[in-house]
Structures are given as structure tokens and as C-alpha cells.
Design a protein around this ligand. Sequence first.
Ligand code: NAG
Ligand code: NAG
Ligand code: NAG
Ligand code: NAG
Ligand code: NAG
Ligand code: NAG
Ligand code: NAG
Ligand code: NAG
Ligand code: NAG
Ligand code: NAG
Ligand code: NAG
Ligand code: NAG
Ligand code: ZN
Length: 837
Amino acid sequence: LIGLQYNMEVSRMFLLLLMAVGVLSLYDSFRLPDVYRPEHYELRVLTHLNGPDQLRFEGQVKIHFRVLDHTSNITLHAKNLSIDQTQIILNSRGGNNCIISTDFIEDKEFFILQLCELLQPDEHYELSIPFESSLSSNDTGYYWSSFNDTQTNETSYLAVTQFSPTFARFAFPCFDEPHLKATFNITLGYHEKYTGQSNTPISKCEKHATLANYIWCKHEPLFRTSTYLVAYAVHNLTSADMQSSDTDYNVTFTSWMQPKVVDEGHFFANFAPKVLAYLEKLMMFSFPLRKVDQLAVPTHKFFAMENWGLVTYKQNRFTHNDDEELLESKESKASTVGHEYSHQWFGNLVTMSWWNDLWLKEGPSTYFGYATLDALMPDWGTGERYIAQDLAIFFRQDAFNSSIAISRDVEDSASIMKQFSDYVYKKGSLTVRMLHKLLGDDVFFSGIRSYVQRYAYSSVSQSDLWQAMQEAVDANASMPDVRVATVMDTWTQQAGYPLVSVTRDYSTASVSVNQTQFLLPNGVEDYSDNCWWIPLTFVTQQQANFDETQAQFWLDCSNSSRNITLLKRPSPDEWIMLNPQVNTIYRVNYDQKNWRMIIQALNSTEHFGDIHVLNRAQLMDDLMALAWMNLQSYELAFSMLEYLPHEHHYVPWKRILEVLGKHGDLLREAQIPIFRDFMQKLVAPLYQRCPSLSSMTTATTSMQEVCLCRLAYAQACRYGLESCITEALRLISEYDVEKMPANYRDIVYCASIDLGDEQQFQLMRQRFHNSTNEAILDDLATGLGCSRNFTRLQPLLDFLLTDAAPTISTYYMQVVSSAMRRKHVALETTNHILQHA
Ligand SMILES: *[C@@H]1O[C@H](CO)[C@@H](O)[C@H](O)[C@H]1NC(C)=O
Ligand SMILES: *[C@@H]1O[C@H](CO)[C@@H](O)[C@H](O)[C@H]1NC(C)=O
Ligand SMILES: *[C@@H]1O[C@H](CO)[C@@H](O)[C@H](O)[C@H]1NC(C)=O
Ligand SMILES: *[C@@H]1O[C@H](CO)[C@@H](O)[C@H](O)[C@H]1NC(C)=O
Ligand SMILES: *[C@@H]1O[C@H](CO)[C@@H](O)[C@H](O)[C@H]1NC(C)=O
Ligand SMILES: *[C@@H]1O[C@H](CO)[C@@H](O)[C@H](O)[C@H]1NC(C)=O
Ligand SMILES: *[C@@H]1O[C@H](CO)[C@@H](O)[C@H](O)[C@H]1NC(C)=O
Ligand SMILES: *[C@@H]1O[C@H](CO)[C@@H](O)[C@H](O)[C@H]1NC(C)=O
Ligand SMILES: *[C@@H]1O[C@H](CO)[C@@H](O)[C@H](O)[C@H]1NC(C)=O
Ligand SMILES: *[C@@H]1O[C@H](CO)[C@@H](O)[C@H](O)[C@H]1NC(C)=O
Ligand SMILES: *[C@@H]1O[C@H](CO)[C@@H](O)[C@H](O)[C@H]1NC(C)=O
Ligand SMILES: *[C@@H]1O[C@H](CO)[C@@H](O)[C@H](O)[C@H]1NC(C)=O
Ligand SMILES: [Zn+2]
């Protein structure tokens, strides 16, 4: 039996061994082995921009790193780089290590060096790797872009980096994960006629030893930074504005763009320093750099990129022409600026350890971006409108079982890229807002500031944010107990949102509440036992204080239904309401009687019963959604809409028109005229609130009025309100198409195509062929897509597809998507796409 015992011992060991191996191979990780700690990169890059066939770079990186554990290989990231293995040098205190072999692992984007001996824990190593590659043509990694001189037609090439999220590895070999921060010394080589820039200023330049007229310029050291935030550029853009800002280190801003758009770049060149100064005061943490260059690049993968000291923008997100572009688009671009500079604290200073927690940088940056606009452009009223729109999209999108949590596992580059969705940005922002409203200004900002202070130059997971917030809560004696992590995890780690049902007992003045996930039927399983920690804040008719947003009660996961006695007992004939300002992302259903009292309040008083504007929008949205789900009647939902003739605010109008528009899209042919008729009557009072379209086109008006009236005109014309159509057709005949005021141009174009005749269409089409102005071409293409007559549209679509000029054929997409939105000829348009795809 000894033998048997021996065998059992052996087979158990064997089994363990197999399991270990099995686990290893199953754990097919896209993550670097967690044994390397880069400390410093010496990076030299020589850039060649000598015409279309000579757009390339070559360089050398020397990485100083430590290892945490014995290892016989070095695994780093590199992709699309040519590396001469014989030139790689690995130094350690023990002398030069031998490199047995090197390997690219394509799918993981790894570059692995196998060594003949083990690296020792806590030893320091220097790995030097030469590399070369062509500049990328797809706006990622180290890529080229170009612009043409308006006078000479000569083409200028430029090179610029876009490393976020996983493209640094296309530019130089590196440990390309956000938590692996290191310091950088960057030296750039290029022809002396160009400007070279990086995160930090140049410290000194010298002549290239062999290449005539080339220089090497060394930049000042960059403090600990994630690879995705490293940036450099070589270009001959023009510097438009240079100014210092009111920050602790008097940061100097310089903005660069191609000569022909310089006049349109002043607004944002001047705006950015103010944004940075505002945010620095809000965060109470000095912006650590001395200079910021802003680069308007002709092509860019995203709207903008928040690189330390070298912020890049897609050119048309940085320039604005007040005469040709919408005022609303100026606002949207300004919010991009606010967003990028918020990143200097959320992302750049305090970085998420891994991309699963992307929302930790995108959520706060979106939220504080809005706050920045409210502070610097108070007349615009941006925050409320943007938050309302984010809520609208969230409640619509997240009602399906297929939605996903904002914090979720990602591994490979493709799934990391997918994290950068509107959804993560917007729900992330709403999550930060919820925290703000729940904790109040004092506790929230004290938590945020200590989070930034504590984790500056390092990296975090979401529990670190909760921890900092918890400490701020605990330090505040007047703050009721909140378990931040327990509460917030239910919002960030689950998809979807709850429906809270409220039933009042009018005799005892108590209410019972319960929660279920709000799920629209989707063909798949529509049941869930997800559950949230929901702060319950009641507002009553007698005390309609919508500023009080801290939790009065909790509906948690241990008892997802409960009976509550309100602190101040409501009388049976006053309404109660949950969730002031919609500070938390859930829907509410009330009993019939309470709904009717809310509807009365909205309808009968001047001030809508003091019900907050975000709640007015949400009440209609909720009730329409409940009716759709058969949880309330449409009769009830439509009786709420009867208050709308008095509504003067953009936010509720925008929400209900969108919700109803979605309903309309689902109607059958025969029902459409009835629907149009209904919508016409609905929008008429909104339309009458605005001055006539023709007087608006000449008057200068405020952001808020432009937003409200654009909505009014667009919807009134869309549903065929007589006077709107007449005005639009009159304007199109009076104005030179190109001179039509930008804020109303798209609406007038669309209306005149929608309801105009053959001649109208052909005239617009000619104008499309003749125009060279991009903003106008955009609007003309969208306008032509408003046609109801596919026989007219088809020749245009055919032309756009076959025309050789690629710039023209991109308008195909524009016409098509406009046609798809309006549903008149959606079917034929779909067929056209399918036949030509
Ligand atoms: C490289 O070393 C790490 C750490 O020692 C190990 O986990 C990994 O499997 C090795 N990879 C290769 C390809 O040898
Ligand atoms: C960009 O192009 C390179 C090839 O030049 C390719 O390997 C890479 O996947 C492309 N990146 C994106 C984001 O399309
Ligand atoms: C510049 O002009 C060239 C040649 O006319 C053309 O091929 C190219 O597309 C133009 N580039 C830009 C950015 O307009
Ligand atoms: C530049 O290009 C345009 C259009 O291709 C042409 O009309 C013009 O004559 C060119 N100008 C010069 C200076 O070559
Ligand atoms: C940029 O470089 C191009 C090509 O070398 C040259 O034609 C152009 O004049 C330069 N532009 C500026 C503004 O220096
Ligand atoms: C980085 O550059 C600074 C000064 O420019 C220099 O003092 C420092 O030694 C450099 N770091 C390394 C590791 O070479
Ligand atoms: C910034 O500028 C102010 C006034 O111009 C000056 O008093 C201050 O010393 C400067 N701060 C730094 C860090 O240079
Ligand atoms: C929640 O409350 C509503 C209204 O009182 C009731 O109709 C519903 O059945 C309850 N749901 C659950 C899951 O208890
Ligand atoms: C709440 O009260 C109702 C009626 O008074 C009762 O039926 C229900 O069970 C109570 N629910 C809870 C969770 O206590
Ligand atoms: C709303 O008020 C109007 C009069 O202002 C009235 O005609 C209508 O019936 C009211 N609707 C509801 C649902 O109370
Ligand atoms: C477009 O250009 C053609 C030829 O240059 C001209 O005959 C026509 O009048 C123009 N059409 C419009 C609407 O400007
Ligand atoms: C659609 O346009 C075609 C071609 O322009 C025209 O013959 C036809 O009468 C139009 N149909 C309608 C319903 O207006
Ligand atoms: Zn961002």
C-alpha cells in the first residue's frame, strides 16, 4: 500500500501541476505580467515629412524599469514597429544580459524578449530598443495629417500623436497600461522649418550630426504619466494666440492651427485658459505644468484629446464661425474644452488603474465640463439642458436587458475602445451628479478634493473614490449615515435602472414603496432581480422644496419594499413626489390619485406647483413609459400633456416631443395623419411663443431663445403647421441660400424640401452642386434628405455614390441618415443602401 500511496501522491502532484498549467493557458490574458515597473523612458524620435511617400519616423527608447519577481522574459507592448533585434541592449548592474529571442504576439500586441537568465526582483534594468515605422494614416498612434495652402495649393504635412487608449504601442515599445506611470525625457528630431512640441517645453536644441538642416530638440522632463497621455507633434501650423492664465503657475497657452482658420480660432484660444483657471480653483489643486499648447489638427480620431500640456482637437471642434455655424454647436464645442481640461485632474493626475473603470475619468470630466460652462457662460443655461438630455437618453437606452454596466471587465484593445461609448460618459456623469446631490456641496467637494490630493500622480479603482467620499461623509457630523461604496456599487456595477412604485395610504398618511428593474420587453428575457440602493427624497405640495436632495429614507436590497411614514405627514389632498431634480436615475410610478393631483398642480397654477423643470420633463417621460408598459393608462398620460400650452421651458418640451416622436415612428400608415394632426395642435402653442421665423433670422438672440425656438420651428414645420411652412417657403425664395442665417438654415432647407415641389428640389440640388462651404453643404445634404418623394431622391443618391470625389460621396451618408430619421422614404432608402453596400 505504500506503493499505492506513493502513486496517489504522485498523481495528486501531477494533477496540481496540470491544473496550474491549465489555469495558465486558460488565463489567456491581454494584460502584461504584473512584474514590471517602468520608472523612466528616454525617448528619441526623428520624424520625416518629405512628401506623401516619405511620411515616417525612427527612434530609440531606453526604458528604466524594475521587476517585482524573477522572470526570464520581458513582455511589453509594440505594434506595427520594425525592430532590429540585434540592436537591442539590456543593461543591468550585473552587465549586459543576453537576449535569446524576440517575438511579436500579434493579437495581444506584445513584444516579448526571452532572456538567457533570470531578472532579479528589485534590480534596476535599462532596456534600449531602436524602432522605425511609417506614420499612421488612420489618426491613431503617431499619425500624419495634412492641409493645403489656400493660395499656392501646396500641401503641408504634419505628424501628431493620438495614444489613448492603446495606441502608444504603435509609436514606441512601452508598457502600455494606464497604471504603469513613469517619467519621460522626450527628444524630437525634425527639419528645422517645423515646430516640434511635446508635453513639456523645449530645454535645448542641437544640429543633427548627419542630416542637413535637421535638429534634435530635447524637452524638459515630464513627471509621472501614463503612456496614453504622452504626446508630441511636428508641424508648421500657425500660432494664433498666446496668453497667460490666472493659474497658480501662470500657465502660458498657445493655440496652433492652419493659417486659413486662424480667424475662427480666437474664441476657444481665449476660452481655454479661463476654463483651466476655473477648474484649478474648484479642485484646489495646482495645475502642475507651465505651458499648454492647443493644436487644431485637420484630422483627429476623436473630438479632442486631453494630453498633458499638448491638448489636441479635431480642427472643426476648435474653430467656430458665428455667421456660418449654429450657436448650439459653439456651445457643444465649448463643452468639449471644459471636458478636456477637467481631465487634467480626472485622468491625468488621478488615473484609473485599468480601462474597466474608464467612467472614473469620463464621468467627472463630463459633469465638471458642464459645471464649467455654467460658471463661465451663465447666460447659456447649458448644464440643465445637457443634463436633461443625458437623462432622456439614459432612460431610453438603459431600459433593455441588453444594456451593460459602466464598470465592467475589458481586456483587448477592441473591447477597451468600446468602453469609450456615449453611455459610459453620460451615465458616468449622472452617477457623479447623484453623488453630488446626495452628499451636498460641502461633503462632495471635500471628498473630491481629498481624492485628487491623495491620488495625484498615481492610479485608482472606483473603491478609492468611494473611500475618499466616505471619509468626507464621516468627517461631517451633520451628515446622516451613508455607506457610499454599498450604495454606489449598485449603480456602477449593474446595468439598467429601477422603477419605484409608490402607493399612498390616504387614511394613515403613510406610503409603501417597492422597486423592480424597469425593463422594456425586448424579445429576450425581461425579468431581473437586480436591485439598487435608492435614496428616497420626498417633496410635498405644501413643502415643494426641490433643492433638498439628500436622502430621507433608503430603499435598499435587504428589503426592496417597505412602508414609510413621512416626516411631515401629507394631507390626503396634497400631492407627494419622489426624486427632486431627478438627482437619482430611477423612474417613479404613483397611485392614480396622486398622479391626478400632480397633473392638477401642473395644469392649474402659474408656476406648475413649483415643480422643478427637470421633474416636469421626467414626469411626462415616466408616465408615457408606464402607459407603454400598461402600468398606467394612456388616458392618464395624455391628460398630463394638457398643461403644455403654459410650458415655456425648453427642457420639458424637448423631452416630450422626443418621446412622442418615438411613438410616432411606430405608427402604421393609416394612423400617421391623425398623429400629425395631434402633434400640430400640441406644438402650436410652443411655436406661437417664438417670434416669427423671418424676424428671428435677423434678430440677435440669446442661446436659450435660439434653443427653444429652433425646437419650435423644427417640430412645427415637421408636423406641417401651416404658418411654419409658409414662412419657410417664403424665406427660401427671398434669401440667397448661402446667406440664410445659420441658426435656422437647416430647418428652412428641410421644410422647403419636405413640402416644396419638384422645382424646389432641383433648385436645392443645384445649390448643393455649386456650394463650396462645408457647413452649408452639410445642411443642404440634410435638407435634401427630408424629401418625401423617393423618385426625386434616387438620382441624387446614385450621383453621390458614383461621383469620383471622395469628399462628395461622404454626403451620401448625410442624405441617407436624414431620410432614415424622417421615415417618409425610409424603406426605399434602406433598399438603396443594401443594393449599393
Ligand atoms: C514571461 O514571464 C512572465 C513572468 O515571469 C510569465 O508569466 C509569462 O508566462 C512569460 N511569458 C512568456 C511568453 O514566456
Ligand atoms: C490603423 O492602421 C494600422 C495599420 O497601418 C492598423 O494596424 C491599425 O489597426 C489601425 N487602427 C485603427 C484604430 O483602425
Ligand atoms: C490637397 O490637395 C491635393 C491635391 O490637389 C488633394 O489630393 C488633397 O486631398 C488636398 N488635401 C486636403 C487636406 O484638402
Ligand atoms: C489651386 O487649385 C484650384 C482647384 O484645383 C485651381 O483652380 C487653382 O488654379 C489652383 N491654384 C494654383 C495657384 O495652383
Ligand atoms: C508649411 O510647409 C509647407 C511645405 O514645406 C510650405 O509650403 C508652407 O508654406 C509652410 N507653411 C507655413 C505656414 O509655414
Ligand atoms: C532627463 O533629463 C534631465 C534634464 O533634462 C536630466 O537631468 C536627467 O538625468 C534625464 N534623465 C535620465 C534618466 O536620463
Ligand atoms: C504669476 O504671476 C503673478 C502676477 O503676474 C506673479 O505675482 C506670480 O509670482 C507668478 N507666479 C509664478 C509661479 O510664476
Ligand atoms: C410594488 O408596488 C406596486 C404598487 O403598490 C404593486 O402593484 C406591485 O405588485 C409591487 N411589486 C412588487 C414586486 O412587490
Ligand atoms: C405595508 O403596509 C401594507 C398595508 O398596510 C401591508 O399590506 C404590507 O405588507 C406592508 N409592507 C411592508 C413591507 O411592511
Ligand atoms: C387643464 O386646464 C385647462 C384649462 O386651463 C382645462 O381645459 C383642462 O381640462 C385641464 N386639464 C386637466 C387634465 O386638468
Ligand atoms: C450653379 O452653377 C451653374 C453653373 O455655374 C449656374 O448656371 C447656376 O445658376 C448655379 N445655380 C445656383 C442655384 O446657384
Ligand atoms: C415624385 O417625383 C417624381 C419625379 O420628380 C414626380 O414625377 C412625381 O409626380 C412625384 N410624386 C409625388 C407624389 O409628388
Ligand atoms: Zn474624455
